[in-house]
Design a protein around this ligand. Sequence first.
Ligand code: GLU
Length: 438
Amino acid sequence: MPKSGIAGRLESVDFHAIGVSSDAKDNPFRITQQQLDQAAEILKLDPAIHELLRWPLREIHVALPVKMDDGSIKVFQGFRVQYNDARGPTKGGIRFHPDETVDTVRALAAWMTWKCALVDIPLGGGKGGVICDPRQMSQGELERLSRAYVRQIGHNIGLVKDVPAPDVNTNAQIMAWMVDEYAFMHGYNEFGVITGKPLALGGSVGREDATGRGVSLTVREAAKILNLDLNGARMVVQGFGNVGSWAAILLQELGCKLVGVGDASGAWVNPEGIDARALKDYVKKNNGLAKGYAGLGNEIPAESLLETPCEVLVPAALENQITEKNAARIKPRILAEGANGPTTPDADPILFANGVYVIPDFLCNAGGVTVSYFEMVQNAYNFYWDLDTIHERLEQKMVAAFHSVHEMAQRYKVHNRLAAYLVAVNRVAEAMHVRGWA
Ligand code: GLU
């Protein structure tokens, strides 16, 4: 007896047949599929397009032999997932993390697909990851790992194929090594193969703070809608890497006061306010939020940070931080998701019921990939823009994306995450349809 509804229509691909890393309900790949299913139902998506969108189009699994400083060879596992390229070459960062799995990479690659569609840039979605702990590795080991990764995937990436970028624990220096290795492999420089590069190697001005700037622009737009005065508004930031630190600095420039901050080394609150810029300088020198920074205030248990009363909360660390367990105690006016996937599907209705205005991840943090796209365009023309041009074009993209989501949420009376899916999935589906994929 065939099953009815989505489950019935979509039983041709077995979840386990593609080698999932876990059955747990917080497996991010399962989460992205559920989120897509909800949107597909509302959009009455063609079943074949829906099914195709539930799975990565292509993925590469690699083993990377790396000579360590002690002379031994260590083999690292890595992935590159090219989720969907209907709208253009796949695009997305590379993470170095000890807890990376193929499913986190699949989920992140799906989210990149929605992100690029939402800000309406002509790119698909992809993501890469290597299971490693960069904090335990020397610069030399990291360089050899980065080059080994490109040697394995270097024939499957390129300006018109798939374009990596920085993400968790990767940065401009790592991108430079990768571009260099790619140039050796192919015999020519193709700077547009990777974005987030140093300025000396075809990077774009304004790329470093682009994700944080996008976060601050979407918070600014949300505050207008909510009639919330950002001047003196309390903000809490979880994660103080590239995204969290720049979001804090730029929101501070809009008047917000940083009253709580945390990273892997701990969490602190200070009602007097913490100077985000000084803290960023400190973190750069000391490799993390160490207790030594004067002005951090009182240390609190890491799990209480997100529950600290505030108007603007920016989770900018990893996925699955806001769940059905803590969501009822998390009540900012605006939840600006700087990280990818910080909120689980069970938490969304709780936040919605409590009147929290959620700026969903693939809208909130889309500034980075938007300027990455600008970087690709500049590389292709070999002609570089000034900072004002970047800021102006980024603002146009972020504001337009924000309002397309807000209007969709009003129209369908759904929360912003589902609204963001409705906008993005519709655009990807349209490209697939005109290509004749389904
Ligand atoms: N890693 C960033 C993200 O998750 C940027 C990706 C890119 O620039 O391609 O959006």
